[in-house]
Design a protein around this ligand. Structure first.
Ligand code: ADP
Ligand code: MG
Length: 435
């Protein structure tokens, strides 16, 4: 890692808290639907409304998604974690408390690695904990009234918290993009930032190099990568100006206004003590067996970073290129396991045999071509054997290599030609006629 970049002689320190909405059909403690965009209050059941006598029941799917994230980020998955009540009053929180995890979260430690240009950066995670979302207050200015929509109340969230390891707004955006990539890749979150499925809070402070950590201000609900960078840049400039003018920074929660490009204090920051956390007596501790973890692990698609690691150790390739190739291929065809098999198998074998490097591989068979080839196998347009012949043709830049192929047992000559053309063009998602 290079020396920290300074802004007017100050080092920037950032820690992230990200709320990823988990992609379950029903809520975290009730059977109400989580679907976005329904008419207000049509998806809030008695549990979400906090009617007397109702009790929360844990959604197994939400736990499973937390396990998946933990496995993807190399975290410890707690065998026993505890739900706690976070008490505060707000109109969109009918119980008067939010069910969250406090002292013992389900996911502990781990890290997220990414590239900034060619430089690899690793951000350590503190934890990720399960919690329920609150409802929404809707302010209808034109009739001078506010309404409460409880459809979102009880939606499952995973709050992912980093150590203050981030050192610039560029790193912050790169971290957030990588985390977004991971949660959508493993499929635990749809990642839709407009709809609020992936919301980031950036804790920002500045200090002179070598000084202890400065006081932070937390920028809430950054829901676009562009605003994230703008908000952090503004906040850093503002804090440095304050300090240079002799003012101390007050810990606070701030909001970014995209229209003015400024951050503005919303409230002075609460401490954990203000929330009077205590274990929720309505929920038993969450117990996760090792068998469950292993079952989840065996069903997960390989992460681009892990696949790249294998590729790099085996072939000494630049990690960045290998990860990108695998990821582009897998995303385009939606088949990470097959993409990994083809790259580690057929492609590696030929690379070895012909003794060529990875830049040449991409000239022969690019990610879109390989993805299209894989899709034609999965939709049964061509057999595995035929696919190897097509791969061969691509590799040797010669359509005629397919001339003698057994593809004709599957389809007539014109169809075979059009399938091969579509793969050579790397058309990806475009459907070809079925034989
Ligand atoms: P709280 O629970 O009160 O929000 P935490 O200690 O859990 O506070 O920290 C929340 C986030 O703020 C974490 O991502 C952490 O890395 C980050 N953070 C803590 N101290 C600082 C600081 N001085 N500057 C920037 N970020 C910080
Ligand atoms: Mg916090």
């Amino acid at each position: 890692m290079g020396a920290a970049k300074l802004v007017h002689g100050y080092e920037v320190v950032i820690g992230f808290e990200t709320h990823a909405q988990l992609s379950t059909q029903s809520k975290i403690f009730s059977r109400a639907s989580t679907a976005f965009g329904a008419q207000a209050n049509t998806q809030a059941c008695a549990v979400d409304l906090a009617l007397p006598g109702t009790l929360p029941v844990m959604n197994k799917g939400a736990v499973e998604r937390a396990i998946e994230l933990g496995l993807a980020l190399g975290s410890h998955i707690a065998e026993r974690s505890v739900f706690a009540r976070k008490n505060y009053f707000y109109p969109d929180l009918p119980k008067g408390y939010q069910i969250s995890q406090f002292e013992i979260p389900v996911v502990q430690g781990g890290s997220v690695s990414f590239f900034l240009g060619e430089e690899k950066k690793t951000v350590r995670l503190v934890r990720a904990h399960l919690e329920e979302d609150a409802g929404k207050s809707l302010h209808e200015d034109f009739i001078g009234q506010s309404g409460i929509d409880l459809n979102r109340a009880g939606t499952p969230l995973l709050e992912i918290v980093t150590e203050p390891d981030i050192r610039s707004s560029e790193e912050a955006v790169a971290y957030a993009k990588e985390l977004h990539k991971i949660v959508t890749w493993i499929g635990i979150c749809d990642g839709n930032m407009q709809e609020g499925s992936f919301r980031c809070d950036a804790n920002v402070s500045v200090r002179k190099p070598g000084a202890p950590l400065g006081t932070r201000r937390e920028i809430k609900n950054l829901n676009s990568f562009k605003f994230m960078q703008q908000a952090i840049d503004y906040e850093v400039r503002w804090q440095i100006e304050q300090i240079e003018d002799g003012h101390a920074i007050q810990q606070a929660t701030v909001l970014f206004n995209p229209d003015t490009g400024e951050t503005r204090a919303m409230r002075t920051k609460e401490d954990a003590a203000d929330y009077r956390y205590f274990p929720d007596p309505d929920l038993p501790p969450l117990v996760i067996s090792r068998e469950w973890v292993e079952r989840v692990r065996s069903e997960m698609a390989e992460l681009p970073r892990v696949m790249a690691d294998r590729f790099v150790t085996q072939y000494g390739l630049p990690e960045y290129d290998a990860a990108a190739y695998f990821e582009d291929t897998a995303r385009a065809c939606g088949q990470p396991k097959l993409a990994s098999n083809w790259i580690m198998g057929e492609l590696s074998r030929r690379m070895n045999a012909d003794d060529i490097d990875f830049s040449q591989v991409q000239l022969r068979v690019n990610a879109m071509q390989l993805a299209t080839l894989i899709m034609r196998i999965t939709d049964n347009t061509i057999s595995n054997n035929a696919a190897k012949l097509v791969f061969d043709a691509l590799w040797n830049q010669s359509k005629t290599a397919v001339g003698s192929s057994n593809m004709y047992s599957l389809m007539d000559i014109t169809q075979a030609a059009s399938v091969i053309d579509s793969i050579i063009e790397g058309q990806g998602l475009k459907q070809t006629p079925k034989p």
